[in-house]
Design a protein around this ligand. Structure first.
Ligand code: NAP
Ligand code: MG
Length: 500
């Protein structure tokens, strides 16, 4: 594990990204991208690699949310997007993808200074973002309703219609990707939207809003209100003219959203936290399993809802797996995202750094053994060492609570039943991984695991054709793939009496 140079020596080099950072960032409402917050207030944008302020964004509140929702509502009412033909929608979505590709370096550099991700990671995510638009572009002409079986004198069919105005609330760990995972299907199905990105990482959402206009998304169909969760997110959830909320974030906030959406009877889909079990049996091919155990937790510096943060290893291969993960971790290069050799960036904020440090200390107090890391890095920015806690047991808080940072809890098990009991023994139910040479066992486990996604002999891939989402405290609703279309459409039955 190497620690790289200070980020203050590094610069954003992309000309468009430089001018974007220097520019004024308003809200994006009704096709205008420079709308100041009614209050006139703004928020600092911090580079987590240095802790320095790099820009300011508008601090939207309920007045701005109201303006954005009204713009979205009137665009929906007059049908300027919803009534456009499937092929017109497809053309626009494909153009968005092309524009993202054309500006990929701008998006990537902004994402890196805003979120701390290594530049290579940001570049991959931007490429994936474009592909997500291409994927959903294909669906615009394939949203079928059913003709119902019924009596001979009646013809009944189901229309799949857009829901209306969607409020989209996203977290800071995959800023552009999370926004697009919601916006692309919302647009595909003909909805209008108001996006509230995380206050820590709003830059790429603002750039995306400009790209959407340029690609031909009509004014008002997608609006972006930056601001805090309390000032801008909560009013969006409460607004009577919003028909649906799609939220990705913490279980705590998701729970509040579900409660407060009840008053206006909104539909809600929630992608929440995870404490994912990554299970390695002694008959597994250990080399790829060990590599996946390491990458499954260190991805995005552990700030991933699907991080394999509980490593369950069958006791007779425990030492070998643990040594392997430590060895794989030694290849990590910790540093600011703009340094091309960095593979492991900072945490998002000082608050997140405190939280993760607190859990690393708690693990020690609870009796876990720190075999690697455990400390913040002695450098500017919010860096924390990759940390491995061995001898963890399933009742410890570090094994139950989502840390959302680079802390791997390693637990031993003896039998398949044990593995299943420990894996299912948390309030979360997002995803899990299973490594075994016995495919029958893999599929048996897959059926019994209480999660929304299982990787067998693999871990952490995010193919956009594959649905993603959780059960239990990890939320409900499935994003990505075709099931996402269910989240953004309503079914209307049309019953015609045709006589006999
Ligand atoms: P968070 O605090 O729940 O915030 C998520 C979003 O909700 C942010 O935009 C936030 O605003 C906003 N928000 C906060 N309070 C709100 C309220 N009362 N009403 C409406 N909106 C509100 O989560 P986070 O700390 O950003 O992200 C980390 C969490 O997200 C983790 O638990 C992680 O597991 C989860 N996550 C889940 C998935 C998944 O697909 N299942 C993916 C990624 C992350 P501000 O932050 O701007 O104030
Ligand atoms: Mg930031």
């Amino acid at each position: 594990m190497t620690t790289l140079a200070d980020a203050s020596a590094l610069q954003v080099t992309d000309g468009r990204a430089v001018s974007f950072l220097a520019g004024h960032h308003g809200l994006s409402i009704d096709g205008r991208h420079d709308v100041p917050a009614v209050s006139g207030e703004s928020l600092a944008v911090i580079d987590p690699g240095t802790g320095a302020e790099i820009a300011r964004i508008a601090a939207g509140d309920e007045q701005d949310v109201d303006k954005a929702v009204r713009a979205a509502r009137s665009s929906f009412a007059d049908g300027r997007w919803r009534r456009s033909s499937p092929f017109e929608k497809q053309r626009v979505l494909l153009r968005i993808a092309d524009l993202i590709d054309e500006r990929s370096e701008t998006f990537a550099q902004l994402e890196t200074v805003d979120s701390g991700k290594p530049l290579a990671t940001s570049r991959r995510e931007v490429a994936t973002a474009a592909e997500r638009f291409r994927y959903y572009a294909g669906w615009t002409s394939k949203i079928y309703g059913d003709v119902n079986p019924g009596s001979a004198d009646t013809l009944t069919y189901a229309l799949r219609e857009p829901i209306g105005v969607c409020g989209l609330i996203t977290p800071w760990n995959y800023p552009l990707l999370m926004a697009i995972t919601k916006l692309a299907p919302a647009l595909t199905c003909g909805n209008s939207s108001v996006l509230k990105p995380a206050e820590q990482t709003s830059l790429t959402a603002l750039l995306l809003a400009e790209v959407l206009s340029e690609a031909g998304v009509p004014d008002g169909v997608v609006n972006v209100v930056t601001g805090t969760g309390v000032a801008a997110g909560a009013p969006l959830v409460e607004h009577p003219e919003v028909d649906k909320i799609a939220f990705t974030g913490s279980t705590e906030v998701g729970r509040q959203i579900q409660v407060s959406a009840a008053d206006t009877m909104k539909r809600v889909s929630l992608e929440l936290g995870g404490k994912n079990a990554h299970v390695i049996f002694d008959d597994a091919d250990l080399e790829p399993a060990i590599a996946a155990a390491a990458s499954g937790i260190w991805m995005n510096s552990g700030q991933a809802c699907a991080a394999g943060s509980r490593l369950l290893v069958q006791r007779d291969v425990l030492d070998e797996v643990l040594a392997g993960v430590v060895e794989a971790t030694s290849a990590i290069r910790i540093g600011p995202g703009l340094d091309p050799s960095s593979t492991f960036g900072p945490l998002i904020s000082a608050a997140q750094l405190e939280r993760v440090e607190g859990y690393a200390m708690l693990g020690q107090e609870e009796g876990a053994r720190t075999v690697l890391g455990g400390h913040r890095c002695n450098r500017p920015g919010y860096f924390f060492e990759p940390t491995i806690l061995a001898d963890t047991t399933d009742t410890m808080r570090v094994a139950q609570e989502e840390i959302f940072g680079p802390v791997l809890c390693v637990l031993a098990f003896d039998t398949e039943d044990d593995a299943l009991r420990i894996a299912n023994g948390t309030r979360y139910g997002l995803s899990a991984g299973v490594w075994s040479g016995d495919l029958a066992r893999g599929h048996r486990m897959a059926r019994e695991l209480q999660v929304g996604k299982v990787w067998l002999n693999s871990y952490g891939t995010a193919d956009m054709t594959v649905s993603f989402g959780g059960v239990k405290d990890s939320g409900h609703g499935r994003e990505m793939g075709r099931y996402s279309l269910d989240l953004y459409t309503e079914i209307k039955s049309v019953v015609t009496h045709i006589g006999s």
